[in-house]
Design a protein around this ligand. Structure first.
Ligand SMILES: O=c1ccn([C@@H]2O[C@H](COP(=O)(O)O)[C@@H](O)[C@H]2O)c(=O)[nH]1
Length: 237
């Protein structure tokens, strides 16, 4: 386990997108909650379920359970209550599910056995550029759609949103100071963007006012993942 590089309130959320638990846990063995938070997404949750999440929570990591619920209000509310009661730090829904859905989710978390779980809403996926968004949403840019959904999320009483760091500067002028901007699509200079379209480096993102950086492949697929994580922490310290 790495004890060097302790940071106060770690900003990096490492996306554990592995197809086997052994690899994921041998990586987690090298980490500790002082240097990063962890994200479990659809792949690992589908493969390994709540037991895997509980394992990480028991190791005292702040876990973002990234299941992006999007359904009718009653269904999303029940799913959010169940997710919060795993003891996780953060969960999310899609803002495009609408205000009644987000409010139902908010109330369900508040009345759960773990009401401190943060609830955020996905605006526009960071893998989408303007052209892709226009195929599904009509004549709107990603920046405009993110702004619209961010305002709806504030009105719905959630803790924050998922957006790209590119929108953070503008959003910081219109959302409350404590509103969380959680940003995937983070790529250190020179690294492969892969399927991400709206990207920024860790330093640019922090300067733009984001709250947390979500990073998967640039860390987990590096030849020395811990070294990359420490380098990122150093660059944003
Ligand atoms: O808009 C979004 C919402 C969620 N994600 C998730 O974040 C990570 C990013 O991983 P990288 O390997 O750093 O690209 C991944 O788990 C996505 O499901 C996102 O990328 N964009």
């Amino acid at each position: 386990m790495v004890n060097k590089g302790k940071v106060t309130d770690p900003k990096v959320i490492v996306a554990l997108d592995y197809d086997n638990q052994e690899s994921a846990l041998s990586f987690v063995d090298e980490l500790n909650p002082d240097i990063c938070r962890l994200k479990v997404g659809k792949e690992m949750f589908t493969l390994f379920g709540p037991a895997f999440v509980t394992e990480l929570v028991n190791r005292k990591f702040d876990v973002f359970l990234d299941l992006k619920f999007h359904d009718i209000p009653n269904t999303v509310a029940k799913a959010c209550k169940a997710a919060a009661e795993l003891g996780v730090w953060m969960i999310n829904v899609h803002a495009s599910g609408g205000k009644p859905m987000m409010e139902a989710a908010r109330d369900a978390v508040a009345s759960s056995a773990h009401p401190q779980t943060k609830l955020i809403a996905v605006t526009v996926l960071t893998s989408m550029d303007d052209a892709q968004l226009q195929q599904v949403a009509g004549d709107v840019t990603a920046a405009e759609q993110v702004e619209r959904l961010a305002s709806l999320t504030v009105e719905s009483g959630l803790d924050g949103i998922v957006c790209s760091a590119r929108e953070a500067g503008t959003l910081r002028k219109i959302v409350p100071d404590n509103f969380l901007l959680v940003t995937p699509g983070i790529r250190p200079a020179g690294s492969d963007a892969g399927d991400q379209k709206r990207v920024m480096t860790p330093e640019e993102a922090m300067n733009a006012g984001v709250s947390y950086l979500v990073m998967g492949r640039p860390i987990t697929q590096a030849s020395s993942p811990i070294a990359v994580l420490q380098e990122v922490n150093k660059s944003i310290a």
